[in-house]
Design a protein around this ligand. Structure first.
Ligand code: GLA
Length: 354
């Protein structure tokens, strides 16, 4: 089932913004807003059958427009940071808006997280929302007209599938992701330290002081970044480690063992003991930026229900290719050619463990 409700008025465009709620028979619901294509709510049962909202977000559209943090948003044209806000492609240097110190973050000044997406609902057993956006040639300094389609589908087995597709008429980088903040105990349940996390990644990308990858691809073995066996997020988060110190916690790219796959594979499992909720992530992408919400604090923008925004009370699992790939020849290829289609699938499946 899909229902549509007014969220607010976007003053800058004098238009109403709507939210869409998809529900399935498994007791799960997902609400998506036209603004930034953001996931504003996910309700899913715990081991006692009680449903709770497990994602961070805001009550008002205004906060989605003004606040930082990219809560729930679709991020593009290129997720994460581009060093110096510049890259050279086919001999031409492109300059992007520097919205993160001297670097460009998450698409620039008005990235796709801050654009209004056209939403087409398709009701059924497995309700679906198809979101589309046109990004003109030169958008935020990126070359080429891009057309993007993101499909959110709520499956019967309490999984949310997100499928991304994009085409271009000039060679351009593309690296899309979704920036949902999860707390499986419920978004208001406090610290995420006790969540048990497993990531099938044998290497990660160390970063410099600006959180830009240095170019090294380092083994996780013997480091706090080794999540190949399940461990709590908190266990090694305060370890004496340069990358953790720079980021104030986890905020690194983890490279899945074996790299990208043709079809989505199970790569991440998260378990929260109090609720018994389990989140299993399947993707075809080569990497995930695991971000433990280190910059989440904000006195200015409280979350839903007036809950103070606090550091490390939610985490993001942003599936993608390697950040700043445009500036690192040894990284993944993020350049899309005019005759190709960028595709990316991620499935967030919820279940419970007694
Ligand atoms: C990403 C980055 C973080 C931070 C958040 C937004 O996940 O990796 O460093 O910028 O987005 O607050």
């Amino acid at each position: 089932m899909i229902t549509k409700h007014e969220f607010g008025t976007l003053e800058s465009e004098s238009r109403k913004i709507y939210n869409y709620t998809m529900k399935n028979r498994g007791g799960m619901s997902v609400t998506v807003t036209e603004f930034g294509g953001a996931i504003v709510e996910i309700r899913v049962p715990d081991k006692f059958g009680r449903d709770t909202d497990v994602v961070g977000g805001y009550d008002s559209l205004r906060d989605y427009v003004l606040a930082d943090g990219y809560l729930g948003a679709l991020v593009g044209r290129v997720a994460n940071r581009i060093a110096g806000g510049t890259f050279t492609l086919d001999g031409e240097t492109h300059r992007l808006f520097r919205n993160n110190g001297k670097n460009s973050l998450h698409g620039g000044k008005v990235g796709w997280s801050h654009r209004v997406w056209a939403v087409k609902p398709e009701d059924g057993e497995e309700p679906k929302l198809t979101l589309t956006l046109h990004s003109p040639d030169g958008d935020e300094g990126y070359p080429g007209n891009m057309d993007v389609t993101v499909t959110y589908e709520l499956l019967s087995n309490n999984a949310l599938s997100i499928r991304y597709e994009a085409t271009t008429d000039k060679r351009t980088p593309v690296n899309l992701t979704n920036h949902t903040y999860f707390n499986l105990g419920g978004y208001a349940s406090g610290s995420i330290r006790d969540h048990v996390l497993q990531i099938e990644a044998d290497t990660y990308l160390p970063t410099d002081a600006d959180l830009i990858p240095t170019g090294e691809i380092r083994s996780v073995a013997g480091t706090p970044f080794d999540f190949r066996e399940p461990k709590t997020i908190g266990r090694d988060m305060d370890a004496d480690n340069a990358d953790l110190k720079t980021a104030g916690g986890y905020d690194q790219c983890f490279n899945f063992t074996g790299g990208a796959t043709k079809a989505p594979e199970r790569r991440i499992i998260v378990y929260e003991p109090n609720s018994g909720r389990v989140l299993t992530v399947f993707t075809d992408q080569p990497c995930v930026q695991f971000y433990s919400g280190n910059f989440l604090d904000s006195a200015e923008f409280p979350m839903k229900g007036g809950l103070p925004r606090r550091k490390q009370t939610a985490f993001c699992l942003e599936t993608q290719a390697m950040p700043d790939s445009v500036n690192h020849p040894n990284f993944t290829n993020t350049i899309l050619n005019p005759n190709e289609t960028y595709t990316h699938t991620v499935i967030y499946r919820f279940s419970v463990q007694q």
